[in-house]
Ligand binder design. Structure first.
Ligand code: PMM
Length: 299
């Protein structure tokens, strides 16, 4: 039995009668899902605009691949990848999030117009990032994380994955608040695939309501991840390729809409935007208002 989450919003970000749709722009040569496709600034910018036209509410710009085993780029490389793309997309009116674990990159991204810092390490990789976000008054997304990509697979051990993720996220919320980030500018994310097996991911999705007690909006990123490839493996056991996991991603977006998460992070926004409009039309009244269009109302 899946339990609906408490509706929650983040101050200063769009509000809708459905989960917000975060479109991913990976400006990297090596991300698992789309590495090398958008690693030139003008291609990444065009892709961001396409995601917006297809229904994204905000864009998540990242310059570091977190695929298992990936080596980290230099700070200078990461900055050179993301800053021009953020500058251009923010100038065109997009609500921009930067996907980074580094304080220095977060600071430059906020200066370039980003409104959100999406930190997959929840402040563990570079604790200074919390202070940078607090000083700027931006939104902070704290994801559950245990280790960098080179060693995260070995850290996928839990007695009860949901309880441990909840407790570890609770500690990250405390750290963010202690650094001065305001509670209504915080969101959390269970970090599917980060130090998690496929079974851990499914368990987290099944028991997402147990994270609701933390009192924070929840973002979920399942798009194209390997647990979907494993689920959809053919009779030969070969996982479904990354670029053929879109329908499964949309199915999970539909589920997220029914559960009432705050936001979903996806690589392709068109089908997920449709899925969210369908779930909002069906269930919108449960958010306290109903809309036939799923149109975003500015906060
Ligand atoms: N997943 C990836 C990168 N950033 N951020 C959040 N908040 N949640 C996620 O699940 C997440 C993330 C990895 O996927 P990608 O390399 O295809 O972007």
């Amino acid at each position: 039995m899946l339990t609906r989450l408490t509706p929650r919003h983040v101050r200063g970000l769009p509000v809708a009668d459905r989960p917000l749709l975060m479109g991913v722009v990976n400006v990297t040569p090596d991300s698992f899902s789309d590495g090398g496709r958008f690693d030139r600034a003008e291609v990444a910018i065009a892709h961001g605009l396409e995601l917006l036209a297809d229904g994204a509410d905000l864009l998540d710009i990242g310059g570091e691949s977190t695929r298992p085993g990936a080596t980290r780029p230099l700070v200078t490389e990461e900055l050179a990848r993301v800053v021009p793309v953020i500058t251009a997309l923010a100038a065109q009116g997009a609500v921009v999030s930067v996907d980074t674990m580094r304080a220095e990159v977060a600071r430059a991204a906020l200066d370039a117009g980003a409104a959100v810092v999406n930190d997959v390490s929840g402040g563990l990789a570079d604790p200074e990032i919390l202070r940078v976000v607090a000083d700027s008054g931006a939104t902070y997304v704290a994801m559950h994380w245990r280790a960098h990509a080179t060693e995260m697979q070995q850290r996928a051990t839990y007695d009860d994955v949901v309880r441990e993720v909840r407790d570890e996220l609770s500690a990250r919320i405390d750290a963010a608040l202690a650094a001065g980030i305001e509670p209504d500018r915080l969101a959390i994310d269970p970090g599917l695939g980060f130090a998690k097996t496929a079974d851990h991911n499914w368990e987290l999705l099944r028991r997402l309501d147990e994270l609701d007690v933390l009192g924070m909006p929840i973002l979920v990123g399942s798009s194209r991840k390997s647990f979907l490839g494993t689920l959809l493996a053919g009779p030969d056991g070969v996982p479904r390729p990354v670029d053929d996991r879109e329908d499964a991603t949309t199915a999970l977006t539909t589920l997220a809409g029914m559960l009432g998460v705050w936001a979903v992070r996806v690589h392709q926004t068109r089908s997920s935007a449709d899925a969210l409009r369908v779930s909002a039309r069906l269930l919108g009244h449960q958010f306290g208002r109903s809309s036939a269009t799923g149109k975003v109302i500015e906060a």
